[in-house]
Design a protein around this ligand. Structure first.
Ligand SMILES: Nc1ncnc2c1ncn2[C@@H]1O[C@H](COP(=O)(O)OP(=O)(O)OP(=O)(O)O)[C@@H](O)[C@H]1O
Ligand code: SF4
Ligand SMILES: [Mg+2]
Length: 378
């Protein structure tokens, strides 16, 4: 199947400091030469520590910000060459849903007007049929009849996220960049919103670029996963393959933070040593070498390219073929008390859920604590 989105060498540097004459003296290399594709109807998840460039990458694909270098193609068209009407048309086809739905909903507009606004803006439905279309959209995202007459503050967080999704769907997009779409939601309603996103994807053939810290959520929703470190993709693979056997040392550490349900089969978390380098001054060679337990001299000199195997599993590591299997990677002795508490909580609640048959996705206990992921370097 030909790709809906094709990204090549995508790069965005931000100026962090300027001289008194206004010349840039320090750059944040937020996204630094990224390649990937997304097929129609596919979910590609972007994961990685805070500040690794996930949101910047999502915004570059939508052309909400301009790249420093690289290409983005959408359905064969060069997105960066679009202007005027064509760019407006692209804004219809590629939408954004982000973490804080409340911030994106005008508190002075009714929900009906919020969802109806893009219909008018893009002239999608004649004025006389807009009310019916808004009602159909609200129904599609599971909101009760009459929701259109109410204001955003009258809804819960999960309902507001449904309103934001209805508004994104109004323009009949083919791609939605979901930037931490369920992170702000109560754990009890995360599954509902995720299931809604999946249901809509199946019915409407939507592609998602799904950004999340929560690896349990990613495991549930992603077809493929791209792992990012300091502006680079270090591994990209089908989700099953990545979760079964992460190859890159960074992915191994990241995935080791997901608690497993069976306490007897629990795995040790890999605690990375060394400071998290800054995107302001990324290390030369492999950007992970300051924290990698397998680093050799070559890693400090040469950046490793992303190399695909026959199963569409790509890794950027000089030593991929020499590394021990993931389950015999040297581990830190002892685990952090925070992780112990998380694993204990998961074990207990998993038993309860198994007895009640409740969906476990996105529960507090099934998801790694974002603080733990962010704290991997601490
Ligand atoms: N407008 C900007 N100006 C300067 N630096 C920026 C800007 N936007 C992002 N950055 C920097 O670029 C890097 C990547 O930021 P980005 O928001 O893409 O990270 P992220 O992976 O989405 O993080 P998080 O998981 O915390 O949302 C960070 O170092 C950030 O400080
Ligand atoms: S290239 Fe070297 S430093 Fe980078 S992940 Fe592989 S072994 Fe570690
Ligand atoms: Mg972000």
């Amino acid at each position: 199947m030909s790709a809906l989105v094709e990204v090549e060498g995508l790069t965005r540097h931000f100026v962090a400091r300027r001289s008194v004459l206004g010349r840039p003296t320090a750059l944040v290399r937020a996204v630094d030469g990224v390649d990937f594709t997304v097929a129609p109807g596919e979910t590609l998840a972007l994961v990685g520590e805070s500040g690794c460039g996930k949101s910047t990458l999502g915004r570059l694909v939508l052309r909400l910000i301009e790249p420093t270098a690289g290409r983005v193609r959408f359905d064969g068209r060069d997105v960066l060459a679009l202007g005027g009407r064509e760019l407006r048309a692209y804004r219809r086809e590629a939408q954004l849903v982000f973490q804080d739905p409340y911030a994106s909903l005008n508190p002075r507009m009714t929900v009906g007007d919020i969802v109806g606004e893009p219909l008018a803006l893009h002239d999608i439905v004649p004025a006389a049929r807009r009310r019916d279309r808004v009602a159909a959209l609200l129904h599609q995202v599971g909101l009760a009849e009459g929701a259109g007459q109410r204001y955003p503050h009258e809804f819960s967080g999960g309902q507001r996220q449904r309103i934001a999704i209805a508004r994104a769907l109004a323009v009949e997009p083919r791609l939605i960049v979901c930037d931490e779409p369920v992170s702000a939601l109560d754990v009890s309603i995360r599954s509902q919103v995720l299931n809604l996103l999946r249901g809509l994807q199946r019915r409407l053939g939507l592609a998602y670029i799904f950004i999340s810290h929560d690896l349990a959520v990613v495991k549930h929703i992603a077809d493929r996963v791209a792992v990012m470190n300091l502006g680079h993709i270090v591994e990209i693979a089908p989700a099953d393959s990545l979760f079964a056997a992460p190859h890159h040392p960074y992915s191994r550490a990241l995935l080791s933070a997901i608690p497993v349900p069976n306490p007897r089969a629990r795995r040790d978390r890999i605690l990375l040593q060394g400071d998290l380098p800054s995107a302001l001054a990324p290390p030369p060679g492999c950007r992970f070498h300051t924290r990698c337990p397998f680093a050799v001299d070559r890693c400090r000199r040469e950046p490793p390219p992303l190399v695909f195997d026959q199963r569409n599993h790509a890794v950027a590591c000089h030593r991929t073929t020499e590394l021990p299997p993931a389950d015999v990677v040297p581990r830190e002795t002892g685990r952090s008390p925070a992780l112990e508490r998380l694993i204990a909580a998961f074990g207990a609640s998993a038993d309860v859920r198994a007895a009640s048959g409740v969906d476990t996705v996105g529960s507090t206990s099934g998801a790694p604590d974002p603080g733990l992921l962010k704290g991997m370097h601490s």
